[in-house]
Ligand binder design. Sequence first.
Ligand code: LMR
Length: 396
Amino acid sequence: LFSAVEMAPRDPILGLNEAYNADPRPTKVNLGVGVYFTDEGKIPLLRAVQEAEKARLAAAPPRGYLPMEGIAAYDQAVQGLLFGKDSPLLAEGRVVTAQSLGGTGALKIGADFLKRLYPDAKVAISDPSWENHRALFESANFEVITYPYYDAPTHGVKFDAMLEALRGYAPNTIIVLHACCHNPTGVDLTVDQWKQVAAVCGERKLVPFLDLAYQGFADGIEPDGAAVRVFVESGQSFFIASSFSKSFSLYGERVGALSIVTGAKDESARVLSQIKRVIRTNYSNPPTHGGSVVASVLNSPELRAMWEEELAGMRDRIKEMRHALVDKLAAKGVKQDFSFVKAQRGMFSYSGLNAQQVERLREEHGIYAVSTGRICVAALNTRNIDAVVNAIAAVL
Ligand code: LMR
């Protein structure tokens, strides 16, 4: 039956976890996958989450099937976080939100829906983008193209080229945009640039699809949602795939959401009916635990404040590690200027290391990074940073 099955290539990010787990070296460091670790090298279980879980355990709720679109209180909490709970969009019934299996699940529901709506549209992702964007939209049978984004020499954005590319796309082209903490580069657009992008999307009738997986990891919940507000103000319809994997440190619970801004309430009802159909034919309905925990935290003023404080702690520690990495590389006598790492935002740094250097990091030093040179700064800590600095200095 399976004699013709070929070996699939290893996933460029999750495949690294497999290789890392199989590595017997005690000094190994995993800077591959985008996961936040504490200074002790542990994935934190946030206090706010623990409180909500305690209450949930005590209440012992039954585990019936959820609605296809998930827990209503969760979907509302997501909307409040993304748009502000007093947003006129919500009052007008112009937002459809469905709980999803992480941010990946949100992208996939959106992709399947869009394929039915615009079967001939292309999907444009940034160059470079999260490895899974291309694979995910291709698996939904879209042709995926790239728009210029990262400018290696300046460690900035090729903004004029990006805008020019967007201007040249056919109507209904789906534009995947990293709303904050661009993955993999850590280089974001300014608010003014977002306004220009939104204007072009509106003029050209493109379909903006914002990927917001790292809200709270650059400057905070509110400022990191700036791109969403810009698109709201532009008055157009758009998609958002959001995730609590990172911001709640709930990676394995798969808590995300797809939100779609529509033109009117009756459009929302029809769009939701189609989204439910996509969900039903993929996995019927989402799981209960993660969504109810996040809803409890977001809907309790005390737990929400606790969560925001813990999120700020994660954000600050990442920034400390960025500074430590740059300063220690300089102190080590590395000639190459790494100061740009301090300005990058979110969990990642596009380090500029090439594939060969990344391979040497792994083979000779047990340090795992994505072959593009992306390193997860959120996995650095005061115990492993010297080993990482020494190894980078050695491979340079
Ligand atoms: C990453 O980019 O490392 C994360 O988003 C995890 C993943 O699923 O790839």
